[in-house]
Design a protein around this ligand. Structure first.
Ligand SMILES: [Zn+2]
Length: 307
């Protein structure tokens, strides 16, 4: 049976819900009991499982991976300041999880937090969301963060580009004041060329900026694409299909720079098997060789994150 590794899952920890709760309460100085109560309310409202401790959620994820015969997964700490939750999950199951964490380069302590997450918490992917954090990829503060990856072989930089929607925010009535202009993959090319030994991952094939993502991939051999999510952005290009997206990506990036991802996040929905099945069918239909398919769905992950 084929080895499947998922390069894009979100770890929606109690801390994650606590951050949303604090945003909804409208202030960062709220008694922690009140934040916890509000975080529980949020889970109830969404009809999502309350994650409990990071260890409990890590075990929930392992049961899910086992049920679907997945080998390993990237878990993303999906709000700044939540690296410790993912680190706890990785420390508990180091053979199965690779930890990524979100950084806001504008934060005064961004460099020290990132250093700690890499050196003390042993996380392996730095996630940048330029549109969310209103921070151009050309900003010197971003360079400072990428330098930390460059000094640590094995660390990758994940850069969200294109359409950004965080589904949970509108559901909770939270605003999403994102500046989409800042998520252009072309802006990544300069950074990727300046740090040729740092692997970069652009999720969702560039999230609507496929052409720009492929242009960047074409000039930067260290930019990889992840295939994750429903890729709903294809609706912004008339007549585009996911099959055509895969065909172009295979032509330009090649199978060795495509990483399968599902963008799974909350429970009880759990791992989004349908996304895997759809993508597997497309890859089969395109006549991709078994060796290349194995790279996309597992091998490239192993190479990037040796266990
Ligand atoms: Zn995602």
């Amino acid at each position: 049976m084929q080895l499947i590794n998922d390069a894009h899952c979100h770890f929606f920890s109690s801390q994650f819900f606590g951050t949303l709760a604090r945003q909804r309460l409208g202030t960062s100085v709220v008694p922690s009991a009140e934040v916890a109560a509000s975080a529980s309310d949020i889970c109830r409202e969404l009809q999502w499982e309350d994650p409990g401790t990071a260890s409990a959620l890590a075990d929930r994820w392992i049961a899910e991976l086992d049920m679907h015969h997945l080998h390993r997964a990237v878990l993303i700490a999906s709000v700044p300041g939540d690296a410790a939750s993912v680190a706890e999950a990785v420390a508990r199951h180091p053979q199965r999880f690779v930890g990524f964490f979100m950084v806001d380069p504008a934060a005064a302590d961004a460099v020290s937090r990132t250093t700690r997450a890499l050196d003390d918490l042993h996380l392996r992917g730095i996630c940048l969301f330029p549109a969310m954090h209103h921070m151009s990829l050309g900003d010197e503060r971003v360079t400072r963060i990428v330098e930390l990856a460059a000094a640590r072989p094995g660390v990758v930089v994940f850069v969200h580009c294109g359409v950004l929607s965080v589904g949970v925010r509108p559901k909770l009535g939270l605003p999403s004041r994102f500046d989409m202009r800042l998520g252009n993959p072309l802006d990544l090319s300069k950074l990727a060329l300046a740090f040729p030994d740092v692997p970069f991952i652009v999720p969702h094939f560039g999230g609507g900026m496929l052409r720009e993502a492929l242009m960047a991939v074409d000039v930067c051999r260290n930019i990889h694409l992840d295939t994750s999510s429903s890729n709903r952005w294809i609706q912004f290009t008339p007549a585009l299909t996911l099959e055509a997206v895969f065909r172009s990506a295979l032509e330009i990036a090649g199978a060795s720079r495509l990483l399968f991802g599902s963008d799974s996040s909350f429970f009880p929905r759990g791992w989004q098997k349908g996304i895997y099945e759809t993508q597997k069918q497309i890859v089969d239909r395109l006549g991709v060789s078994a060796a290349d398919a194995a790279r996309i769905f597992g091998g490239n992950f192993e190479q990037m994150f040796p266990a």
